[in-house]
Design a protein around this ligand. Structure first.
Ligand code: ME8
Length: 511
């Protein structure tokens, strides 16, 4: 079976889960579910990033050990993910032994390849961003005084210490060649160009160890040094698979690393160069999505306005949240979250379109046929157009999912739902019933139910709970088995004589 490996970033434990974290994880989950249904051997990884100065400081501020802080936040993530129907296959913690041995093995590989050397470091460090800046970079930044982080504008600290370095500069040309030879390696295209320009402007070697704090993985053989948190964090994608015990684990390389645009440089520059140095294959794609603002404002810890998943779940079903986040904003672009927009989309696309088609179709099937499908008669043009649209949807959704274009996939499914509602109007089953045209009525009801079933199958990765209940009303018992596109995606699976349930509204209108 073909492997499919999808990852989320590992989230820092110095913050609580918020909208941004659930966004990436939901997107990864939808991909994982879609690929499972496509028959691939999926490994879906998420987890937490526990090390580094930021976490150590956050723990100190609370008067607890870093590991206690990490345990508390891990608990939150681990109860949150099932609430959002996240089907991750593993959850990696960077404080775990399996991860630490993976990181140390990676370090040794880089060292053996001659990609690491010891020197002195004198530079500027931004603690919140965990980023080192050179004088030149600071001078280029907006502030004239040269003492503020070009990314977050907070004060940077001057640091001078003994440090190990990774020869990032040595991989610059290879990385440029690789990106040029693999146009889909970094997505969306605008991000790819941004990375290319950055790499072409020249890469400096990277300081990859610290002696100023201890909460991290020690450098093998030189324990007063802690491995830089990004070398540590990025290696999670391999350590979770059993690296180094399994030299090339079966799911490596990853098919796609989903990340937010804030951490693009680490994933699209540092990580590929590390892998080249370690002589390991590179991931298939790094997809950087955009950022959410909430009701027009940037979420920030200082403002305390981060949207908490619990506040969302108090008002909306997990499936509706999943649908909205992936439908509202083209994946890759920035967007704004608002409760008004969410309610509008819910009412128009889920209640009025999907819910309505399901309710009216099953209601008519129950009214005219006691819920039992009749033998469909000769196909007419309207029927053939509907089937063609359903089959076109399946092909188009597959193509969109290959590109992580969730919004386009959902839009395409929406077209079929609206087509279904139009088909009801055009065929007016109530008139056929009145006229006693049994053959045509059977055909129309059959086409409606098959359309609904195949729409639900496409929507299943997005809204697993709601669609299971939709399919349950249509298919009943048959739902007990694992659904796949190859076994259940063909038109005509339901046979005459099949009993459907009475309609149960799955998307009641919100006032
Ligand atoms: O960066 N909109 O962890 P982190 C959309 N530990 N997505 C957002 C967001 C927003 N406003 N805010 C955050 C780290 N995110 C590192 C990663 S990976 C080897 C190490 C999401 O807890 C987005 O996916 O700061 C972003 O990349 C991630 O949260 C950052 O999470």
């Amino acid at each position: 079976m073909e492997s499919y490996y999808v990852t989320t970033p590992i989230y820092y434990v110095n913050d609580e889960p918020h909208l941004g974290h659930i966004y990436t994880t939901i997107a990864a989950d939808v991909l994982a579910r879609y690929q499972r249904m496509s028959g691939r051997d999926v490994f879906f990884l998420t987890g937490v990033d526990e090390h580094g100065q930021k976490v150590q400081q956050a723990a100190e501020a609370r008067g607890i050990e870093p590991i206690e802080l990490a345990d508390q936040v891990v608990e939150r993530y681990q109860t949150l993910w099932p609430d959002l129907a996240i089907s991750n296959d593993d959850f990696i913690r960077t404080s775990s032994e399996r991860h630490k041995s993976g990181v140390q093995a990676m370090w040794r590989r880089l060292e053996n390849a001659g990609a690491i050397y010891k020197d002195f470091y004198e530079d500027w460090y931004c603690v919140p961003c965990e980023t080192y800046w050179t004088e030149t970079q600071l001078k280029d930044a907006e502030r004239w005084d040269n003492k503020h982080c070009p990314d977050c504008d907070r004060a940077v600290e001057k640091v001078q210490e003994e440090s190990y370095f990774f020869r990032l500069s040595a991989y610059q040309d290879r990385l440029i060649d690789y990106i040029n030879a693999h146009p889909d390696f970094i997505a969306p295209a605008s991000r790819r160009n941004e990375v290319l320009r950055f790499v072409e402007s020249g890469l400096n070697d990277l300081s990859v160890s610290r002696t100023t704090f201890s909460w991290g993985v020690p450098v093998p053989g030189d324990e007063k040094h802690v491995i830089y948190v990004w070398i540590d964090a990025l290696t999670n994608y391999l350590s979770a698979l059993g690296f180094p015990d399994q030299e090339l684990p079966k799911h490596w390389p990853a098919d796609v690393h989903l990340i937010g645009k804030d951490i693009l440089r680490f994933h699209a520059i540092y990580w590929p160069c590390m892998l080249m140095a370690a002589d390991l294959p590179l991931p298939g794609r790094i997809f950087a999505h955009g950022w959410w603002t909430v009701e027009g404002e940037k979420m920030s810890k200082s403002k305390g306005n981060a949207l908490r998943p619990a506040d969302l779940l108090a008002q909306y079903d997990a499936d509706v949240i999943r649908y909205f986040l992936l439908r509202e904003v083209p994946f890759g672009q920035d967007g704004d979250f608002s409760f008004t927009a969410m309610k509008q989309r819910y009412n128009s696309e889920l209640a009025n379109d999907v819910g309505n088609l399901l309710n009216r179709s099953l209601a008519m099937l129950n009214k005219y046929r006691d819920g039992v499908l009749g033998e469909p008669g000769d196909e007419q043009g309207l029927d053939r157009a509907l089937i063609a649209d359903v089959e076109g949807m399946q092909r188009d959704v597959a193509a969109h999912m290959d590109k992580q274009a969730f919004h386009l996939a959902l839009e395409r499914i929406s077209l079929v739902v609206r087509h279904g509602n139009r088909y009801v109007e055009e065929n007016a089953p109530w008139a056929l019933a009145k006229a006693g045209d049994d053959a045509r009525l059977n055909t129309v009801l059959y086409h409606l139910v098959e359309t609904l079933r195949l729409v639900a199958l496409q929507l299943l990765p997005f809204m697993p709970g709601k669609m299971a209940s939709m399919l349950g009303q249509i298919q009943g018992e048959a739902l007990q088995q694992e659904l796949s596109f190859s076994a259940h995606g063909g038109w005509g699976l339901l046979k005459a004589g099949h009993q459907c349930a009475k309609p149960q509204p799955i998307f009641p209108r919100m006032e």
